[in-house]
Design a protein around this ligand. Structure first.
Ligand SMILES: [Zn+2]
Length: 479
């Protein structure tokens, strides 16, 4: 969703831990029971060597949690490459392997490979043993119905070989799976040439609902309920203006969620879309938000009163961060004497992306004394934000450039006067540093008049859709 390109503070989004979660998160189940079981976790946080606990962080799993029943989540087809025709090798294909060409067999042989970086269709086919001239003809036929510039690494190409009169395997057709909605095939004609054809796989729009109890982190709770990781990341971004995920989430908090889902002809989840409705119950407060399409077609999220949830500045401009030093007087770790700390520090692994807290223009991007590598962004006539001790700047980041909220501007480091990798973050109001954590940010736009009445109608419709979807029977995947 273009509105919120931001990353937010969240311990499990660290690259290593996150990658491990994606595969299992693709399954979806709507929880139909009225009592929500405690959220189970497959593995204690500390037991994962790729994602060690940060000192001082609250434990995500207590001993008593290990006895809770684990909800089994069956991955749907969406977790693996889509297999469009059910050949005998489809199971192997789904796993990303096809058997080597069996030159002794009479049956057509099938090779399925993923496009690699820098590949062209011709290159790929030649590598799989297709004659260069034939490969070129097939690629031209595909190019007539599908722009070759839309070739992407990871797209699957399936080649079917049949024996000719002399017994030699000969390419009979090749299929490119462009995306879940479209495949393109080049068929061998009787005259030896190729004919291209696009095959559309229409998807059916649906909505999926989940709810759960948060005992560790929102990411884990959503994952345990089968919410796809991509949707959870959106969920966290949407709430990052109102919730400090490091401090506000307490055991026993909860979430409710409704999002767009698209099913293929088999009824399996093919892709997900926007969040339609979401609600967090945190720290005794209930925070609902609703997707609303404005008259001009843009999409924004509003609370139940019709106030935009988007704020001018993100609370935490770095992903996977832990607040390690607050604003105020403290003993300086390097200089040894008491000194005013005019920002907040976020400890994060070296190289962690730092994002712009809000839309604005870069005023300074370069070395600045004890700050080391430093970026300052001017957001409006009132507010600026600054980011210090960076290891490096993101590509294209220099003075005068415009940046969007959530855009990566640099990477956590330890340049300048710094004891270890962290982001020193300042909010300046009228050129004076103020405490970012104590800042009361103005809310975004408020709906009025006609738009507000339209919003209230959309809100009750989404409430009803959520209730209907959450009450639907749990649908387990076909496989
Ligand atoms: Zn600092």
């Amino acid at each position: 969703m273009a509105l919120f390109a931001g990353w937010v503070a969240f311990p499990l989004l660290k690259t290593a831990g996150f990658a491990g979660l994606v595969a299992s998160a693709a399954a979806t189940t709507a929880l139909a029971t009225s009592t929500v079981p405690p959220v189970p976790m497959a593995k204690p946080y500390a037991a994962n060597p790729a994602n060690p606990p940060v000192p001082g962080e609250k434990p995500l799993l207590s001993k008593s949690d290990t006895s809770t029943p684990v909800r089994t989540v069956v991955p749907t087809r969406a977790a693996m490459p889509i297999v469009l025709d059910e050949g005998e090798d489809s199971i192997l294909s789904a796993l990303g392997h096809t058997p080597p060409l069996d030159l002794e067999s009479e049956a057509p042989a099938r090779r399925r490979v993923a496009i690699g970086r820098g590949d062209t269709l011709v290159k790929l086919m030649v590598r799989e043993g297709v004659d260069r001239r034939i490969a070129h003809q097939a690629a031209v036929a595909i190019g007539k119905v599908h722009d070759p510039r839309r070739l992407r690494p990871g797209q699957n190409v399936t080649m079917v070989f049949r024996r000719d009169a002399s017994g030699k395997p000969r390419l009979s057709n090749v299929r490119l799976d462009a995306n879940v909605e479209r495949s393109v095939v080049a068929h061998r004609r009787d005259d030896g040439g190729f004919q291209g054809e696009a095959i559309d796989h229409p998807l059916v729009a649906d909505a999926l609902a989940h709810r759960g109890r948060i005992d560790g982190s929102l990411f884990q709770a959503a994952n345990a309920q089968g919410v796809p990781a991509k949707v959870t990341i959106e969920l966290i971004k949407l709430f990052s203006f109102d919730v400090d995920f490091q401090r506000d989430i307490q055991p026993g908090d909860g979430f409710r969620l409704l999002y767009q889902a698209y099913r293929d002809a088999n009824g399996d989840l093919a892709k997900t879309g926007d969040i339609l409705f979401a609600e967090l119950q945190v720290a005794g407060k209930t925070l609902p938000l609703y997707r609303f399409e404005m008259k001009d077609g843009s999409v924004e999220y509003f609370n139940d009163k019709g106030e935009s949830v988007r704020k001018a500045l993100l609370k935490t401009p770095v992903d996977g961060a832990r607040l390690s030093s607050r604003f105020g007087r403290r003993r300086h770790p390097v200089l040894g004497y008491t000194k005013m700390h005019r920002g907040v520090d976020f400890a994060a692994p070296r190289g962690t992306p730092v994002v712009a807290a809000g839309d604005g223009k870069i005023e300074h991007a370069g070395r600045k004394g004890a700050y080391g590598k430093y970026i300052r962004i001017r957001h409006n006539s009132d507010f600026k934000t600054a980011y210090a001790h960076l290891r490096a700047y993101a590509r294209g980041i220099r003075s005068g450039r415009r940046v969007r909220q959530g855009q990566v501007i640099g990477y956590v480091g330890s340049t300048g006067r710094s004891t270890g990798a962290h982001l020193h973050y300042e909010v300046l109001r009228g050129n004076r540093q103020v405490n970012p954590l104590g800042l009361k940010l103005p809310t975004g736009r408020k709906l009025n008049g006609k738009a507000k009445r339209r919003f209230f109608a959309a809100r009750s419709e989404l409430d009803q859709r959520y209730s209907a979807a959450i009450a639907a029977p749990v649908r387990l995947a076909a496989e």
